[in-house]
Ligand binder design. Structure first.
Ligand code: DOR
Ligand code: ZN
Length: 342
């Protein structure tokens, strides 16, 4: 039987939620093959300062002590230069920016980054990473919708990089050929994460299939091809961030479905399956463990997982008893050819 030993994965973009859902999903991350995770701050209310992030980290450690948590803050108007210093002193790794003004003031989305320039300058000084959700809000007059929102966002990334060339920036969960091309072109301080599901899905797979619906949405076949090609080129600017984003079944199987694909529980099995199909398994280790580690200047974890080439049925659902609901994983019920041994 074929098997591969790999360093435990670095999942450099994950949503672990709070409350009962946190307690349910966090222990599943290890089973999926990740040992260190960059935790997104978009709770309700969002994580806006160091104190809240450290508090959140404690809750995560209680739920699963055997996982390393890299914390982020939500880019928000209450952030000050002093708070950025404090964040850096306390081991916060990044600041996550979400598209602003999606419901109100959407035409100002672009200008809004400039009000954060003093913050970006201090982040650059303190070696914090700017994590960007790169989508423009939909805008009828400008013909912007979810299919081209990422491409329309890219000039913002170029502008921030131009003004802060030493600031490390990660364009998160990229989905488009245009984004791949731009990241390749920009300096070495700019990188991108790619999810497992965006290597697999196109628009045909999420339209009418809520469990594959996430933001940014999967795009055209030519875009997926660009993501696959850059993986096969072993380009170190592109690394794993699963964007695993659990929402309960009742909120997914709904006329207005929440965006998010839950992939933590079987993450490395999905990736082995996808890389194997693309005939590039030899590139998985760098993508899932090394490139991200290098970009984030992290020490190796010196832990390993085993990927076994063996039939593996993804559960059709997880029962979340504490919430009287279910959680549906990516590729629910599908039989794949790889499993993870932690
Ligand atoms: O699909 C998504 N889900 N995209 C995001 O940007 C947020 C995430 C979530 O938190 O559910
Ligand atoms: Zn995310």
């Amino acid at each position: 039987m074929r098997s591969i030993i790999l360093p435990i994965a670095e999942d450099l973009h994950i949503h672990l939620r709070d409350g009962e859902l946190l307690k349910f999903v966090t222990p599943l991350v290890k089973a999926g093959g990740a040992g260190r995770v960059l935790v997104m701050p978009n709770l309700k209310p969002y994580i806006e300062n160091t104190e809240q992030a450290l508090n959140y980290k404690q809750q995560l450690q209680l739920a699963e002590p055997d996982l390393e948590y890299l914390m982020t803050l939500y880019l928000n108007p209450n952030l000050t230069v002093t708070e950025i210093k404090k964040a850096a002193e306390n081991g916060i790794i990044g600041i996550k920016s979400y598209p602003r003004g999606v419901t109100t003031n959407s035409e100002n989305g672009l200008e809004n980054y400039e009000i954060y320039y003093p913050i970006f300058a201090e982040m650059e000084k303190q070696n914090l990473v700017l994590n960007i959700h790169g989508e423009m809000p939909s805008n009828e007059a400008q013909n912007i919708c979810i299919m081209n929102a990422e491409e329309h966002f890219l000039p913002n990334l170029e502008r921030i990089h131009h003004n802060f060339p030493k600031l490390r920036i990660v364009l998160e969960h990229i989905t488009s050929k245009a984004a791949v091309e731009l990241i390749k072109k920009l300096g070495s301080t700019v990188a991108a994460t790619i999810t497992a599901h965006h290597l697999e899905l196109t628009v045909d797979d999420w339209a009418g299939q809520n469990h594959n619906y996430c933001k940014p949405v999967a795009k055209y076949p030519v875009d997926r091809q660009a993501l696959r090609e850059v993986i096969k080129q072993g380009n170190s600017k592109f690394f794993l961030g699963s964007d695993s984003a659990p929402h309960l079944k009742s909120l997914k199987e709904n006329a207005c479905a929440c965006a998010g694909v839950f992939s933590s529980s079987h993450l490395m099995a999905y990736l082995a399956e996808i890389f194997d199909k693309l005939n590039c398994l030899e590139y998985l280790e760098n993508f899932s463990s090394r490139f991200g580690q290098d970009f984030y200047q992290l020490k190796p974890l010196n832990k390993y997982i085993k990927l076994i080439n063996e039939s593996n049925q993804i559960p059709s659902s997880f029962k979340v008893k504490s919430l009287s609901d279910d959680l549906i994983p990516f590729w629910a019920g599908k039989n794949i050819n790889w499993k993870v041994e932690v």
